[in-house]
Write a protein that binds this ligand. Sequence first.
Ligand code: NAD
Ligand code: UDX
Length: 463
Amino acid sequence: MKITKICCIGAGYVGGPTMAVIAQKCPHIQVTVVDLNKERIDAWNDTDTNNIPIYEPGLSTIVAEARGRNLFFSTNVEQAIDEAQIIFISVNTPTKTYGKGKGMAADLKYIELCARQIAKIAKDNKIVVEKSTLPVRTAEAIKSILDNTGNGVQFQILSNPEFLAEGTAVTDLLNPDRILIGGDESIEGQKAITSLVDVYSNWVSKDKILTTNVWSSELSKLTANAFLAQRISSINAMSELCEKTGANITEVADAIGMDSRIGSKFLKASVGFGGSCFQKDILNLVYIAKSYGLNEVADYWEQIIIMNDHQKKRFSNKIIQTLYNTVADKKITFLGWAFKKDTNDTRESAAIYVANDLISEQAKIAVYDPKVSLKKILADLDYLETRTSVENTNSLTSFDNPYEACKNAHAIAILTEWDEFKDYDWQKIYDSMQKPAFVFDGRNLLNSQQLKAIGFVYQAIGS
Ligand code: NAD
Ligand code: UDX
């Protein structure tokens, strides 16, 4: 089938950038991204593309090029479903906060809603693509809903998980390591796979497009995230041992990374991984393993989360202990709140948990992040429900200027590895702070020798 119309349900961190790149690379295909969230759609349609709701390097230029030509953002979900030949489902699949599987399983209510809506609207055959990260065998449930509640039209369900990382979404989408497409082994299934392969072939070479059965594709996404997060928990576990033994985690990472079997990427010790994916997907994997009675498999993967929680806690404890066992009424400045650099996303950011611990010890937190607003920061803290929002507002404030944020602080904590932090006038910052002036570098970002020479008491993860 020659594809000329695509729709994507969910205009979030995946749906927005992914569809923008498809539209840019396939001018012959009309791409409509729909969402129930009107505010988000309005922001995608903002005349100034610098105001689009997701910050990703390079994204606003692509949106400026394609929007209004063959890229559209709309709240009219029904019309977009009706017109499209391929429907991507790219809605959120957060960890369940209620009922069976609470705190572990993926909440599939948004996925099911999409399936029911597609079934209701579709009047001709459609290819439905799982872009969201889903538990293995979810396609079975989607198919059952589509086949039993629909208008008798034929649906093919493909799994096409997204591997982009935030902060590098555009380059990841333009030059993916691979595109993974899982589909049914029937003739119709294979035809559907070919239709989607043809879309990606507009800019991705065929040897990078991998096709599998649906279950392998679904499970590969969870596996990839589990392996990636495992590397971070592994290096973070070693960082604690480094701190006790005089070894340096950066040197250890360099040394092991030169082994081509290990590889050098994804070995940066940190205050702990954040983001909307790793924890959610591993918990989901643990839940799936348990539901099949595979308790050893579940325990093995759960340890990654346990280690990550320990790393965040360890960082806040270290700040408290070093500041003479009390941070009450002390100003502690956070440089960075986003879960990594080059994104405005704060979901599961380590900063949230470290701030929460320090506020419980009555510290006063000052935050500077180049892309995150105070409103978002306070919402993140309120979400934890540790204290009232008034108490959070009284304990934390944010600044638009990093030098103001650091003035009179007892300590600075680096929570995000924004490049600009390296270029600050650290002497000026030192002069404006309480003495002794401490820096707790949760990202191993700054030049330790330079900071120590200025007079800072400098402590980085893993050294
Ligand atoms: P998001 O929360 O940023 O976006 C999801 C959007 O879907 C929201 O705007 C929401 O309003 C909308 N939505 C929910 N239900 C809807 C419905 N029934 N109709 C219309 N719109 C609806 O989430 P995200 O970060 O883009 O993640 C989406 C999926 O992609 C998740 O399964 C996630 O695990 C996966 N994923 C995310 C990343 C990432 O880096 N964020 C990377 C790979 C995969
Ligand atoms: C991740 C996966 O990388 C991506 O393939 C998937 O599609 C979505 O989940 P993302 O969470 O956006 O992407 O960013 P990633 O670069 O993986 O970083 C996740 C967290 O790990 C961040 O908090 C980051 O700072 C941290 N991290 C990453 C480390 O602490 N050390 C590292 O070496 C790498």
